[in-house]
Every structure is written in C-alpha cells, then in structure tokens.
Design a protein around this ligand. Structure first.
Ligand code: COA
Length: 176
C-alpha cells in the first residue's frame, strides 16, 4: 500500500499538536539534536550549525513530499514550543511495515508526553496507513526508550540487528 502525506496529517492529543516541520523550527531542532542527553544513545551524524539544520529540514520535507516518510514536530498546546519529534519511515509496502523514531527535549521527560504522542502515531499508522508492523531500533542501554516501548507493548526481538548498529535492539509491535 502506498501512502500520501499531502496534505500533511496534523494530529492532536490532549496536550500536544503533532504538525509538519518548517524552516522556522531550525533553531529548536538544532537545540534538540545537539542536546547531549537526547543524543546519548542515538548514533547519527550530528548537526554543526543552523545551515546544516536547514539542510536537514529540507531533506525531511522532501521525504514527506515524496511519501517516503512522515515526520511530526511535537508542539506543546500550552506554550506552542517545539518539545520533540516523532516520525515513521523506511516503509516496506508489501509487508505493511514502518520504522518509528522519536526524541523529546529533556525538559519534558517523564511526564507522559511521548506516550501521548505514541498513542496517536501508532493509531495513525495502524488505522490510516494500514500498517501491520511498527519497529523501533533502540540502544540496548537506553532504559527510557525501552521503558516507553515496553509500556506501548512493543516486543523485543533479541536476535534482530540493525545493520551497522550492533548495540541497537529491535522492538516490534504488530497490529492485533
Ligand atoms: C525515550 C523518551 C522519548 C521517553 O519520553 P518520555 O516522554 O520521557 O516518556 P514517558 O513519560 O511517556 O514515559 C513512558 C514510560 O517510560 C518510563 N520512563 C521514561 N523515562 C524513563 C527513565 N529515564 N528511566 C526509567 N523509566 C523511564 C516512564 O516511567 C513511563 O512508564 P510508566 O508510565 O510505567 O511510569 C525520552 O527519554 C527521550 O527523548 N530520550 C532521548 C532520545 C531517545 O533516546 N530517543 C529514542 C531513540 S531510539
């Protein structure tokens, strides 16, 4: 099944607006993606400046325009700040499969915000995109991420590895 993310699927929860990323988010995204606590367990090329951040935003926007992924900014309804991001990517259409990625500013950790975003995105993935499997790869020592995934009933597949990321573990959720 192929997907179409135009118009962008803005979603709402009790405390959050999940919306498209724009160039106006560059400063906040740079702050998030260079925050030591956020990137502690995430092995990816870091952003060095705002110009690289704008290039990243451009890349994500193209991904969404081309329906290769969908990436939401998690925005607070109370102060309209960018709190984090969440996205689905690496769609495998024959298997109705996607991978989930997520990150939240430490200022908002452990207050149920990512669980609230997950509830909405998982429901969107299973109901609107007709996914059967959503997979998260997370570092084996990332206790916060593992606690979140287990709370969401993701199941560890200890034998699976993400190519190039030996310390990451696979957690999968199948649509019941
Ligand atoms: C992983 C992350 C998104 C969790 O977000 P969060 O909003 O703090 O999570 P929630 O508040 O919704 O918590 C979900 C569950 O995980 C538990 N949890 C969250 N952080 C925890 C921690 N540091 N240690 C132990 N348990 C933790 C919560 O207690 C909750 O379980 P409970 O309801 O049974 O108490 C956040 O820690 C983060 O952004 N980390 C940095 C980025 C990252 O590692 N992303 C994942 C990449 S794969």
């Amino acid at each position: 099944m192929s997907h179409n993310f135009t118009p962008f699927p803005v979603l709402e929860t009790e405390r959050l607006t999940l919306r498209a990323l724009t160039f106006e988010d560059a400063k906040a995204v740079f702050g998030l993606r260079t925050n030591k606590e956020v990137i502690k367990f995430i092995d990816r090329k870091s952003l060095n400046n705002l110009s690289e951040t704008r290039a990243f935003i451009d890349l994500i926007s193209n991904l969404v325009t081309n329906n290769k992924g969908v990436f939401w900014v998690i925005e607070s309804k109370s102060n309209h700040q960018l709190m984090g991001t969440i996205g689905l990517r690496n769609f495998e259409d024959e298997e109705n499969y996607a991978e989930i990625g997520y990150e939240l500013d430490p200022m908002y950790h452990q207050r149920g915000f990512m669980s609230e975003a997950f509830d909405k995105i998982l429901n969107f993935g299973f109901q609107n995109l007709d996914l059967k499997t959503i997979e998260a790869f997370t570092h084996k020592n990332n206790t916060a991420s593992i606690a979140l995934l287990e709370k969401q009933k993701f199941v560890l597949h200890p034998e699976r590895r993400e190519e190039g990321f030996e310390n990451n573990r696979s957690y999968r959720l199948e649509n019941a």
